[in-house]
Design a protein around this ligand. Structure first.
Ligand code: SAM
Length: 234
């Protein structure tokens, strides 16, 4: 379980009402149960339930179980698509190891509104599911042009676009550093956006092969390829 409190030997940790409900009512656990806890800073700790109420619970940290493992400094910029597929994108980006997830509005973005809190909850669930010790921040929707207007150029952007068929071997030539992957919406990027992206010195265009992938597939493929080339978990 992810908690927002310090973890350490003998440390008492309180559960949120939702966590207490899940653990005691849904999972039917109670005092004495051992639970894995993480907070994104102190690694994984094994803790024991020391008190269990209807909507409350306290655990006591017993032993350090695993070191803190953070993903590489990779961000995902993606244009939200339909609800379930947007949820899928956030879930997979959290599992595959993105440090930050930024939904962006583009010319052909299907959905101009997102539920940031819902997406953040998906990222958290995904981290718990894969026994990660890090939950990426999911930011609110921001127009791509506005975001890139204030972009700090040390973070290079890997722009995936299906119009770039043939540019396949780009990944192998990338150098380490802070990166962001940019994936477009169902309708892809507009010609205006393409011309504008080509002008940005910090943008590297990349092809993911000769087929037009669904946006959610493109997210998984791009992150995986980047991780295989440059991923340094620490
Ligand atoms: N209409 C489909 C859908 O509903 O998902 C396809 C959408 S595709 C245009 C969405 C995004 O995936 C593109 O903007 C691009 O970022 C990425 N993408 C898809 N195929 C790609 C390819 N072969 N190479 C690079 N990027 C690709």
């Amino acid at each position: 379980l992810h908690v927002d409190q310090p973890l350490g030997q003998g440390q008492a940790v309180s559960l949120t009402p939702d966590q207490a409900h899940y653990l005691f009512a849904v999972m039917r656990e109670g005092p004495g149960t051992h639970v894995a806890l993480f907070n994104g800073r102190d690694g994984e700790w094994t803790a024991e339930v020391t008190s269990a109420g209807k909507k409350t619970g306290v655990l006591t940290c017993l032993a350090w179980a695993a070191p803190q493992l953070n993903p590489p400094d990779l961000w995902l910029l993606f244009a939200p698509i339909k609800k379930e597929r947007t949820d899928f994108i956030v879930e997979k980006a959290a599992e595959l190891g993105c440090a930050r997830i930024l939904p962006v509005a583009t010319d052909y973005t299907n959905s101009q509104r997102i539920r940031q809190d819902r997406l953040q909850a998906h990222a958290l669930e995904a981290a718990e599911q894969c026994l990660g010790t890090y939950v990426p921040e999911v930011t609110d929707l921001v127009p791509l042009k506005k975001l890139l207007a204030d972009w700090s150029p040390e973070r290079r952007i890997l722009w995936a676009d299906e119009s770039l068929v043939g540019a396949g071997r780009v990944m192998a030539g990338l150098t380490p550093g802070p990166w962001a992957i940019l994936i477009g919406p169902e309708g892809g990027f507009s010609e205006g956006e393409r011309n504008w992206l080509r002008m940005k010195p910090f943008v590297t265009p990349v092809s993911l092969g000769p087929r037009i992938l669904r946006a959610d597939t493109a997210v998984c493929a791009a992150i995986t390829l980047w991780q295989a080339t440059l991923g340094d978990w620490r």
